[in-house]
Design a binder for this molecule. Structure first.
Ligand SMILES: *[C@@H]1O[C@H](CO)[C@@H](O)[C@H](O)[C@H]1NC(C)=O
Length: 678
């Protein structure tokens, strides 16, 4: 009885005040924000522990009912820190104004989804606009003026029909204006001045603009006649002085080909190039799953298609890019390892067009309905194609079964994975798995073509990837065969592609797909060394006991607990293989060097040690800075505490940044397959 009273008292004292009038997840997001901002004293009433934002009148917070409607911390003297990782749960927030504070860092990628007003002006933000902004259907006012944003704008303005004011002025944005600007059908005020935009401004011609400032950029071409009667500031550009070509009557100006005589403005922007490449690419497979376990070494499969080239994509990141890798760690660390980042669809930057921006694979409820978008093969089909699964056609063997090369009568070559009978339950389970895998579609995920489920046999048919696995490439080829192709830039490209695949599984697929077996044997390479992650969605087929532990995160080895963070660890180990050329575990080495992680991680921040660790096959041909940034990413991923490992989106951003910087110092990635650069 006394105990009961104590409990009740406790509830009154502690539990009630925590939530009070405020929706618990709103309150939590604000507490986390306060903490992220280093608990600044000027935010009166705020606390990172308990408190009631709505009931207690937290400074700058306005509520409607129990939901937080407005946060206005404009000019309150915030300095450093971040806005926390729970912003996306502020689903009732319509006004968000933190302008004129010295925050620095990047704009957080997980912004509240239903904003009408977003004012981040004068916050010292670098990087680019996060993709979450492109999904804010209610957004009317967007102001990111007076920051240090750089790079090209992504083509991400398709779905902002209410946006009336867009202020990007006083940043360092480059490239042509994205085509989707032409779809900003409510835009009345646009401030683009004092950036480094190039090309023509034709995309703005048909907008209902009243005020337009494009001064002090590198625009060229002609000012569309439609814009001549509005309040227009256009000085400080290199406009064409000839007479403007009349727009074809009735034709929307935005569809006009770019003016032919623009100087640098006529260059195709990376964005539209990427968009086109994206359209070409966006023919891939399927859905999402979860599961258990892995396949392993030597599954080879592969490619009959050509795949996009990552490095041709616009890299101006859609999301916040960690300025310094160090800061990734201090930034946005979820409290629970399973916290799922918002579904971001950032990969859409290269695979979308407008129509399928929101098409995201969703794992349906259990159906056991035969998947329709893959081919159902018969046993005789596959027997003929593999010469009765002959040893000659055996190309790999993993823990869930063997992989055979198969060639059909029409010449098409595929990889057939013959799943061990012990690895799968009833036929219905298998069909569910096939159905889920068949929905996974990403340029860096191996594509399922078909399956066979007859006479108790279970087979999966994949595209065939000519170059086999990264493991084989790194560890089984010699100096004279294929290893020279693994230049530094190709290694970075492989890491980035694999990171994007994993980002897709973790953060785009819903629910998240845990791969459970991220290792170099599951990263296959196409003819251009573009990586494809294999065995996605197959985790449930393998018993935990079958797993090899070389790449396993410490918590997996200890407790068998798999999370997306254990995948991140496996990814870090794979990057370490790329850097050192060593196997995760190599019993032929001296004891202290057998475990790659144990040997390498203490040295990752030491430039001299790094130079000694790097794969000798690179023959010293790598940019030192790039190497050390690569090592920084690894160090984050292989941290023993899962909660400190970054989400894959941050890994992708860090690698994109690394590539951008490498490119900036005049190199290209992806084309120089035969030579690295010192
Ligand atoms: C935030 O407050 C400032 C003044 O403190 C005001 O000028 C600004 O309009 C407010 N922002 C919003 C979105 O209401």
């Amino acid at each position: 009885m006394i105990k009961m009273k104590v409990v009740l008292l406790f509830l009154f004292l502690v539990v009630l005040p925590i939530n009070g009038d405020t929706d618990p997840s709103d309150a939590s997001a604000l507490r986390v924000m306060y903490q992220g901002l280093n608990s600044p004293g000027q935010l009166t009433k705020w606390t990172s522990n308990g408190g009631d934002p709505c009931g207690d009148n937290w400074k700058g917070v306005k509520c409607s009912g129990s939901r937080v409607k407005e946060i206005n911390l404009s000019g309150v003297g915030l300095s450093g820190g971040n806005l926390g990782y729970q912003l996306q749960s502020l689903t009732s927030l319509t006004n968000f104004d933190i302008s004129n504070n010295n925050l620095g860092n990047q704009i957080p990628y997980n912004l509240p989804p239903n904003l009408q007003t977003l004012n981040f002006a004068g916050c010292g933000f670098s990087g680019n606009l996060p993709y979450s902004i492109s999904l804010m259907a209610s957004l009317k006012y967007l102001n990111v003026a007076h920051n240090q944003l750089s790079g090209q704008l992504q083509d991400m303005f398709q779905k902002l029909p209410s946006l009336s004011t867009l202020d990007l002025s006083f940043n360092s944005l480059t490239g042509n204006l994205p085509q989707s600007f032409s779809l900003l059908s409510s835009a009345t005020d646009m401030y683009l001045q004092n950036n480094q935009f190039t090309g023509a401004i034709d995309v703005l011609a048909d907008l209902p603009l009243k005020n337009l400032n494009v001064a002090n950029n590198k625009f060229s071409g002609w000012v569309p006649s439609q814009l001549k009667n509005i309040n227009l500031q256009k000085d400080g550009n290199s406009w064409n002085s000839g007479s403007a070509p009349p727009p074809p009557p009735g034709a929307p100006a935005t569809r006009r080909p770019r003016s032919p005589s623009t100087s640098d403005g006529g260059k195709k922007s990376g964005v539209s190039g990427g968009a086109i490449a994206g359209i070409v690419i966006s023919v891939l497979v399927v859905g999402a799953v979860i599961a258990f376990f892995l396949l392993k070494r030597k599954s080879r499969k592969s490619s009959h298609t050509d795949i996009e080239k990552m490095e041709d994509q616009p890299f101006a990141s859609l999301a916040s890019q960690p300025q310094e890798l160090k800061s990734v760690q201090a930034f946005e660390i979820p409290p629970a390892i399973n916290l799922k980042p918002p579904p971001m669809e950032r990969h859409k930057s290269f695979s979308d067009d407008d129509d399928d921006v929101s098409a995201k694979p969703v794992v349906p409820k259990k159906t056991s309905v035969a998947p329709t978008n893959v081919i159902s093969y018969s046993i005789p089909d596959l027997q003929i194609a593999t010469d009765s699964f002959s040893a000659d056609n055996l190309i790999g063997e993993g823990s869930i079964g063997r992989v055979f090369r198969a060639q059909f009568e029409d010449g098409k070559v595929v990889a057939v994975k013959k799943i061990k009978s012990s690895a799968v339950g009833g036929g219905e389970d298998f069909i569910d798995i096939v159905s889920d895998i068949s929905r996974l579609r990403h340029p860096n995920v191996t594509q399922l073509i078909g399956y066979c489920c007859e006479h108790g046999q279970r087979l999966l048919v994949y595209e065939f990837l000519k170059n086999g696995s990264l493991y084989d490439f790194l560890h089984l080829s010699d100096e004279y065969s294929s290893k020279p192709l693994l230049t530094w830039n190709n290694r970075v490209k492989i890491a980035l592609g694999a990171a994007r695949a994993l980002e897709y599984l973790h953060e785009v697929c819903s629910p998240s797909v845990i791969h459970k077996s991220i290792n170099s044997a599951n990263i296959l390479l196409d003819s251009e060394l573009n990586p494809r992650l294999s065995d996605c969605g197959l985790a449930s087929l393998v018993e935990d006991a079958d797993q090899e532990l070389d790449n396993s995160a410490p918590e997996v080895s200890m407790s068998g607990l798999y999370t997306i963070k254990s995948d991140v660890y496996g990814f870090g180990v794979t990057m370490l293989e790329l850097l050192t050329g060593r196997k995760p575990f190599d019993s032929s080495r001296t004891r202290s060097e057998q475990s790659l992680v144990r040997w390498a991680t203490p040295q990752l921040h030491d430039i001299d040690a790094l130079a000694k660790m790097v794969d000798p096959a690179l023959k010293g041909l790598y940019p030192v800075k790039s190497l050390s940034r690569f090592a920084d990413v690894i160090a984050l991923c292989v941290q023993p505490e899962p909660e400190f490992r970054p989400p894959m989106s941050e890994v992708v951003e860090a690698l994109v940044r690394l590539v951008q910087r490498t490119n900036m110092s005049k190199r290209t990635v992806g084309n120089d397959t035969l030579k690295g650069e010192p």
